[in-house]
Design a protein around this ligand. Sequence first.
Ligand SMILES: [Zn+2]
Length: 69
Amino acid sequence: MAIVSVKCPYCGSTKIVKFGKQPNGAQRYACRNEECSRSIFQLDYKYHACEPGVKFRVLEMAINGFRSA
Ligand SMILES: [Zn+2]
């Protein structure tokens, strides 16, 4: 098990280990703090941050393609 430099979003513990991946490829982590209520979590804010931009670009391309057609 590799210890990575992330914090648990629920208890703030840095005792975090990688814990496999979600079906969509997102990394899952396990909190090693025994007092933590959520032992397994996913740091998915990067995935959500880029998602609107991608959607906007796709929409823009669709509009431009529609106008030029
Ligand atoms: Zn925790």
